[in-house]
Design a protein around this ligand. Sequence first.
Ligand SMILES: *Cc1c(COP(=O)(O)O)cnc(C)c1O
Length: 376
Amino acid sequence: MSTPKIDFAGLKAQYARIKPEIARRIQTVLDHGQFILGPEVSELETALAKRAGTKHAIGVSSGTDALVMALMAEGIGTGDAVFVPSFTFTASAEVVLLLGATPVFVDVDPHNFNIDTNDLDRRVSEVAREGKLLPRAVIAVDLFGQPADYGVLENLCRRHALYLIADAAQSYGAKLGNRAVGALAHTTAASFFPAKPLGAYGDGGALFTDDDERTAHYKSIRAHGKGTDKYDIVRLGLNARLDTLQAAILLAKLDVFDDELAAREKLARAYDARLKDKVEIPHRVPDSVSAWAQYCILVDDRDTVAKRLKEAGVPTAVYYPLPMHLQTAYARFGQGPGSLPISERLSQRILALPMNPYLTVEQTDYVCTSVAAAVQ
Ligand SMILES: *Cc1c(COP(=O)(O)O)cnc(C)c1O
């Protein structure tokens, strides 16, 4: 049997499909020349908000900037505690430290990899009891595209008077019950980094909220803290605008996004069916639709399995090899090895398989056969 060429994320195949529309959209921007906050940015914001079912979407320069802006608008800083899952991408923790606040790392669910709300509740109570830091916000991460447990999080945040921020860098397009990601937290931060399910051809992100005042605040922060006039500076801000060119590219990609989400779901189901007896497959969050940023399995001796798959021509990736509480830059905010056992164990066993909406049936078969052989 010949070895089919397997691509991890499918961006080349996607480009082949939407090439004319990408070219047309880019050409329009080059012709009108409004490279900063041009008409494509507001067109995209309207389309994103409509899909999410939120009153507002605000295009920004990256998912990281979206998160930092969400915290800035709440005035979060020194002396404040922000609760973050330890098993996540570094940006979820970094933004807390950038503002001088203290990250409190929380463990995750061993099966769907999202924040463990029981552990969160315990840690919030502990911080409140100690009285050294003021519990202010939770950053819930929708890891690999599956929404966190927002029903429980909403109640918990109300009980403890915490602001709920969804780190939806991997989950724009997902749903929980009849609500879409964007409408599940007080503020939601999305990323359009090229490899995310909805990716630009460079950095980009968005904030989602129903709150008019915060929307004005976010728009001010993304343009240096401007007031009604550009040179009237009313608060500390950033240069955090979404490029018009990236908005144009995202508009072209939105045309095929639903179709791609369906293809991701189909691939995930094929993996489930073929792999469930060979490896631990990801558990579904009940009553949810994932955006399938990644399909991650759990295996013992992960590095050997990854090496064998590489030899077979199947690309894999490790998200994430080290939890945040053990990272050199953040370790002083954690309690060391053994303190968040689920996050630590997942980091050793997790392995992401190709998640590519353009994988053929033959390629999918090949990946599954190769995984089964690699874990023998
Ligand atoms: C990608 C990612 C981010 C950061 O998004 P950027 O657009 O790259 O800044 C934040 N959180 C998580 C969970 C991510 O996966």
